[in-house]
Design a protein around this ligand. Structure first.
Ligand code: N01
Length: 530
């Protein structure tokens, strides 16, 4: 049976970086991924218009200065093929392929208490043993296909955005229906509309979206931006969202209406998530949030020509950003095209999928292609997709039956030598996730180095430390508006999933300080033993 120091599940941003970093510590590493290539989310999400909503210069590794300088991002927000090419380049450049096994699904992993090793089993029936198991499985990697009556009977093609055919789908001259109006749909719809005969958007909940103002980066600008890497990265490590801009310092209620509008407008013109950081209370005070929500709704009205249609596209039933705000390129403007139609499922209730298309509100929409932009079983789906068993054979599925429990989003009590990268109750999806991945990889590698230097064999979160962290994360979350939305942050998009705020909302800077304190105190809250 192959024996290795570390098994890493997942060959995306996290898995590739882990492999490189753990090798530096002299460890043997095996990276396993079900996909046919590296890239994780960027391997799977090939839908038309797929692009990152974090700027390229931030959504990239910071651990190689040479890589930073050599790689030339072509757009402010990179599209999926470019990010995938970047990750493939990383695998080439750092000689990673030889320790990566693709097309293999990890089915189970159990911790053997007598040998203090993980036994990992794949769908090929292969077994591996490892001292450490690191789940680098991503926060948004298990697509959610809703239970739409009749879906199996649809005679056309139906594709989830996160399982888009690699050969592409030619929609030219065809009628396309889209379920969902989250980030994936918002990117896909304008692109689909350029070539499809018709795009019918089935909207259940309208989305807040602001322009990213994406554009090509010309060589002179790129050269200037590359010089700013050290400052950008340093700032991103201490700010709330892990972004390279300063956090807010004042309440929205301390400024005049004119000043507030100017602040919102300036940030809207820059584009993207910088709008979130305009004032300190946008996520904690419903009235403050409503001021920003109103501002964005007005912008939507300015982008959609038909005022009635604009009202139907304006979100009203949750505070802005308690469902992740979307960053778009021409989303609302797409509805000004004659070939794009909105079907508001609140007014025209969904009935069923038919062989010919979709019935809603008593009307049948005849379609050739159905796009399911219906999201993911976020943050826990991929971890619970593997039958992980810790001490006493207890399964993670049992341990999390009432909701995810972790210490710092990195470890789970009762599961020694298991690490989760950007796991539940860490900032993860509320940050620039590449920065959060790098932070977790550094933590995990340092912990393993620390153990090896001292001849220690197991590390495990204590139940008490885990309880304290969960209570702290819950308390911070309850002080915000996040619990008010039925979002995937709350697990609310998956029927039967325990409702809890899955990411830690205390901010990247605060979280990093807490992790540093834990390490400085000799891995406080972890039990280390020989
Ligand atoms: O998924 P979502 P996503 N009938 O869960 C609707 C990241 N991401 O793939 O809100 C009708 O946000 C659902 O409606 P409702 C990013 O973090 C990043 O778009 O539940 N509709 C909703 O509109 C993002 O937040 C990038 O009422 C149904 C939509 O489907 C996360 O991934 C790009 C339905 C799902 O929206 C997830 O985004 C893409 C049903 N039965 C994604 N079931 C970038 O970096 C669900 N819906 C750019």
């Amino acid at each position: 049976m192959p024996v290795t120091d570390v098994v890493v599940v997942g060959a995306g941003f996290a898995g590739l970086h882990l492999l490189r970093r753990l090798r530096e510590s002299g460890l043997t590493v095996r990276v396993l991924d079900e996909a046919g290539g590296v890239g994780g989310t960027w391997y799977w999400n090939r839908y038309p218009g797929a692009r990152c909503d974090v700027e390229s210069l931030s959504y990239s590794y910071s651990w190689s200065k040479e890589l930073e300088q050599d790689w030339n991002w072509t757009e402010r927000y990179a599209a999926q093929p470019e990010i995938l090419a970047y990750l493939e380049h990383v695998a080439d450049r750092f000689d990673l392929w030889r320790d990566i096994e693709l097309g293999v699904r990890v089915e189970s992993a159990s911790f053997d208490e007598t040998t203090a090793r993980w036994l990992v089993r794949t769908d090929r029936g292969d077994d591996l043993t490892a001292s450490f198991l690191v789940m680098a499985t991503g926060c948004l990697s298990v697509p959610r296909i809703p239970d739409l009556p009749g879906l199996d009977e649809f005679a056309g093609e139906a594709h989830h955005t996160a399982r888009w055919p690699h050969e592409g789908v030619d929609v030219s001259g065809r009628r396309v229906g889209v379920f969902g109006t989250g980030s994936s749909a918002i990117q896909a719809i304008p692109t689909l509309a350029e070539s499809a005969a018709q795009v019918v958007v089935f909207q259940r909940t309208a989305a807040f979206s602001v322009p990213g103002w994406n554009r090509p980066l010309d060589p002179a600008e790129l050269a200037l931006l590359k010089k700013s890497y050290p400052e950008r990265r340093a700032m991103a490590r201490v700010t709330e969202g892990g972004n390279p801009w300063p956090g807010a310092t004042r309440s929205v209620f301390t400024v005049s209406a004119a000043e507030r509008e100017r602040e919102f407008e300036d940030r809207y013109r820059i584009g993207g998530f910088i709008l979130h950081s305009a004032f300190t209370d946008l996520f904690t005070d419903a009235d403050a949030n409503e001021l920003l929500s109103d501002f964005v709704r007005d912008k939507i009205r300015g982008r959609v020509e038909d005022p009635n249609l604009a009202e139907r596209l304006c979100p009203r039933d949750y505070p802005l950003a308690t469902k992740r705000m979307c960053i778009d390129t021409g989303y609302f403007e797409a509805f000004n095209r004659p070939n794009v139609r909105l079907v508001d499922l609140r007014g025209a209730a969904f009935e069923r999928v038919t062989t010919a298309g979709v019935r809603a509100g008593g009307e049948e929409f005849v379609l050739d292609v159905l796009v399911l932009a219906t999201g993911f079983d976020a943050m826990t789906g991929a971890l619970l997709g593997v039958d992980i068993r810790g001490r006493g054979g207890r399964s993670l599925r049992d341990a999390w039956a009432g909701g995810a429990t972790t210490y710092l989003g990195l470890a789970v009590a009762g599961f020694p030598n298991l690490f989760t990268v950007t796991g539940p109750l860490s900032p993860s999806v509320l940050s620039n996730v590449v920065g959060s991945i790098e932070h977790h990889v550094a933590f995990i590698a340092a912990a393993i180095d620390h153990m090896r230097e001292r001849g220690l064999t197991t590390i495990e979160a204590t139940a008490a430390a885990q309880e304290r962290w969960i209570a702290h994360a819950r308390e911070v979350g309850e002080g915000t508006l996040y619990p008010r939305a039925d979002s995937w942050y709350m697990g609310a998009n998956v029927p039967g999933k325990p409702r809890m705020l899955l990411p830690y909302v205390g901010g990247v800077g605060t979280y990093r300080k807490e992790c540093d304190r834990v390490v400085a105190a000799g891995y406080e809250g972890f039990k280390l033993s020989a």
